[in-house]
Design a protein around this ligand. Structure first.
Ligand code: SAM
Length: 286
């Protein structure tokens, strides 16, 4: 079916199927014809590639992915969209819709079963109510994927892609940077969606690293340190680590000294390498 990003076509399609948007499921469908082709291209859909999509909507991005990639598997939670998608994607033999909650699906098994032998990328216009759990889940599971190209709220894009050591950085930015090389690809205005959300969006791409960029010693300790460091935004690192790990203040101070990190620093001033140094020093504690 043509013109899946045309607002009149979508309204007509959804009316015929008696479909009503669910706010709770983050259903804002793309109606800007330039966005999906760009996402599919820059997300790496092409020959030899299998794509995992999350949330098909009426299949506007799914179709662009299917035109370029060998196979597309899309996880969509809303069963009411299945008859709509059966109509809009009828021309594609290389698409499969899995009617499930992406937070409950075994993505590793799904990839092995349905995309075996292909290079795999994730490309999706994410439901905004679970952006971070989805992105972090994709990264932490260490799935056999090359990249994650997703539309997220503009603020989430800035947070996910912020460089550790800069003011915008938080615990999530550190984790994203540890697992991937993130990049903001392009902005998308709120008017590009039906219904229009209250905020603008951006498409980001996370290129998955084969090796972590730093040696944290023990990974669990590294993430404990990062979480504790960012737990109280206006406090010093010394106070955050002492309260969050938890550790007596003198031990936290000695730890930072061994790691070569100033006790008065704030979490957002630390590079990933400095977090790794604190993590190694903590792991070596007697
Ligand atoms: N890809 C379409 C587009 O660009 O127009 C739809 C994007 S819309 C922002 C998000 C989609 O994710 C909706 O179709 C919604 O039903 C689906 N969704 C919401 N929560 C989900 C979940 N937990 N698992 C899978 N799909 C979900």
């Amino acid at each position: 079916m043509e013109n899946l990003s045309n607002i009149g076509v979508i309204r007509d399609l959804l009316a015929r199927h008696g479909f009503r948007f669910s706010k709770a499921l983050g259903q804002n469908f793309l109606v800007n014809p330039t966005v999906c082709p760009r996402m599919a291209e820059q997300g790496g859909a092409g020959p030899g590639v299998g794509v995992i999509e999350i949330g098909a909507g009426v299949g506007v991005l799914t179709a662009e992915l299917a035109r370029r990639a060998d196979r597309v598997v899309c996880v969509e939670i809303d069963g009411r969209l299945l008859p709509v998608l059966a109509e809009t994607l009828a021309g594609f033999q290389n698409v499969e819709i899995v009617n499930a909650d992406v937070m409950k699906v075994d993505l590793r098994a799904l990839i092995a079963e349905k995309l075996g032998g292909l290079r795999v990328v994730v490309c999706a216009n994410l439901p905004y109510y679970i952006t971070s759990p989805i992105v972090m889940g994709l990264l932490e599971q260490r799935l056999p994927i090359e990249s994650v190209t997703v539309m997220v709220q503009k603020e989430a894009a800035q947070r996910l892609c912020a460089l550790p050591g800069t003011r915008e950085a938080g615990a999530v930015s550190c984790a994203v940077r540890y697992y991937s090389e993130p990049k903001v690809l392009f902005p998308v205005s709120r008017g590009s969606f039906l219904p229009s959300p209250d905020v603008d969006s951006a498409v980001i791409r996370l290129d998955i690293r084969r090796e972590p960029p730093v040696d944290p010693g023990d990974e669990k300790t590294f993430f404990r340190v990062v979480r504790a460091a960012f737990s109280m935004r206006r406090k010093t690192l010394l106070n955050c680590l002492s309260a969050g790990l938890p550790l007596p203040k003198e031990r936290a101070a000695a730890l930072l000294e061994r790691a070569g990190v100033p006790a008065g620093a704030r979490a957002e001033q630390l590079t990933l390498e400095q977090f790794a140094a604190v993590s190694r020093a903590l792991a070596e504690e007697p």
